[in-house]
Design a binder for this molecule. Structure first.
Ligand code: UD1
Ligand code: CA
Length: 458
């Protein structure tokens, strides 16, 4: 096999998106559009990977890192101009150039390999990928003669009315012989409606030199759908979510309402887990079997054991172990661990906290930077005062502790095994094991006070 260099075009702003964010960075069901293309390219064996950037290039570099070479196209004068910017970088390279667009996310590795193999086996100077669309509007059309031979590509803007009916479109994916590509690119002009240098014009130029052009027609057009506006983006997102839900359902997960459930690719869910409506699950979350998740839940990078119940709650970068019960209206912030059978109830927020096995915080509580043992009861309205305005401090609550309602636990503080605190206490000092701590002023009852007040008024 000859060497291959991949070029991905992503310098355009994406005017039709009507957005300040570069088009290829828009989020498509959990990751930027461009990452779909890069992830596919990563599975190909190629010598070079080059990304053409222009509009907000710093932002793209920052997000994509150094796994790819970059070329700047300062002014976006068209796709031919874009590819020409790689000439210097590829001066020492011999072989084929595979050209992809950053806005065509669903290409499969299988078809790209097929394209490369077909191109090389037949020694074509250019092989282009086309498909047939019911609604070809917006795409460049493949022009063929009576014998069916390719004669060129005409962009939508330059099409005569009769040719608008052509339904075979250019996918924007091509393989070129490197030398011939750059020779042809030098000859491309801006003699068209959009005054752009069209990469598609190279086809006509090569044909003019008597060179043969190869062609692959992809049957599943959804693979080469380009994203040009917000409607395309929403449609594409829907497709990704649908496919992910279908896969999960076929693996034995119950999705009560696929229309109101959004689960990102890469999320793992065990058998007989039921996902109730209005639930979003993202960033590589793992969920065990026999869980009840939702309705109204949002799980981000969560690790959920077997038989867990999560009801109307948010869980971020936290672990919930077997049989634990979360919600409704709980918020688990990063680095929280809820151990087996623990209960986190209504309006409870946890941050960087370990909640021990079988422990309960059933209502209206904030636990931050706390380590809580087994079988602890946290009374309603308990707050760990973990922040002194400068630093965060730890609260340690040992096994079997009972915290009365409405306690403030001023950290750093430690409550020893089996200790108790009275309701309404402000705990500022450690409580030894087995002790009862009461930290509130004593109640005084003033006898006859109301009657005396009335008498004073009259
Ligand atoms: C292009 C093709 C069209 C094809 C369609 C398939 C041309 C002239 N037309 O049209 O035949 O049917 O793709 O999706 O090539 N870009 C740059 N620099 C530029 C211009 C564009 O890097 O100066 C990048 C864009 O960021 C984008 C890609 O090239 O990622 C395609 O550009 P776009 O403007 O979307 O081309 P289409 O009009 O879709
Ligand atoms: Ca496009």
């Amino acid at each position: 096999m000859r060497d291959t260099a991949v070029i991905i075009m992503a310098a355009g702003k994406g005017k039709r998106m009507k957005s300040n964010l570069p088009k290829v960075l828009h989020n498509l069901a959990g990751k930027p559009i461009l990452n779909y293309v890069l992830d596919t390219v990563d599975q190909l064996e190629v010598k070079r990977k080059i990304l053409i950037i222009g509009y907000k290039s710093d932002k793209i570099r920052e997000l994509m890192g150094d796994k790819i070479e970059y070329v700047e196209q300062k002014e976006q004068l068209g796709t031919a101009h874009a590819v020409l910017q790689t000439k210097k970088l590829l001066s020492g390279f011999k072989g084929d150039v595979l050209i992809l667009s950053g806005d065509v996310p669903f290409l499969t590795v299988k078809n790209l390999k097929k394209l490369l193999e077909y191109h090389q086996a037949n020694n074509f100077f250019c092989t282009l990928v086309s498909t047939v669309l019911k609604n070809p509007k917006g795409y460049g059309r493949i022009i063929r003669d009576k014998k069916g031979e390719i004669k060129g590509i005409i962009e939508e803007a330059d099409l005569s009315t009769d040719k608008k009916k052509i339904t075979e479109i250019n996918s924007g994916i091509y393989c070129f012989n490197k030398e011939k590509l750059f020779q042809a690119l030098e000859k491309v002009t801006t003699d068209n409606k959009q005054r752009e240098y069209y990469l598609t014009d190279t086809v006509k130029i090569l044909l003019g030199e008597g060179l043969t052009i190869g062609n692959i027609i992809i049957k599943d057009y959804s693979e080469i759908l380009g994203i040009n506006n917000q409607l395309d983006l929403a449609d594409a997102s829907q497709k990704v979510y649908q496919k992910t839900l279908q896969n999960l359902m076929l693996q034995g997960v119950t999705i009560v309402d696929p229309n109101s459930t959004f689960i990102e690719r890469g999320v793992k869910i065990g058998q007989d887990t039921i996902i109730y409506p209005f639930t979003i699950i993202e960033k590589g979350t793992k969920i065990g079997s026999n869980c009840f998740i939702g309705p109204y839940s949002h799980l981000i990078d969560a690790d959920i054991g077997k038989g867990v119940r999560v009801w109307a709650s948010i869980i971020e970068s936290s672990a919930v172990k077997e049989g634990a019960n979360i919600g409704p209206y709980a918020h688990l912030r990063p680095e929280t661990v809820v151990e087996k059978g623990a209960k986190i109830g209504n309006f409870v927020e946890l941050k960087k906290t370990i909640m021990g096995e079988g422990s309960k915080a059933s209502h209206l509580t904030y636990l931050g930077d706390a380590t809580i043992g087994k079988k602890v009861n946290i009374g309603a309205g308990t707050i760990t005062c973990n922040y002194d305005g400068e630093k965060k401090h730890k609260t340690v609550i040992e096994d079997g502790v009972f915290i009365g309602s409405n306690n403030s636990l001023v950290a750093p503080v430690k409550l020893g095994k089996d200790s108790y605190t009275g309701a309404g206490s402000t705990i500022t000092e450690d409580v030894p094991a087995g002790n009862l701590a009461i930290a509130r002023s004593r109640q005084t009852n003033i006898s006859g006070w109301r009657k005396k007040k009335k008498e004073d008024k009259s």
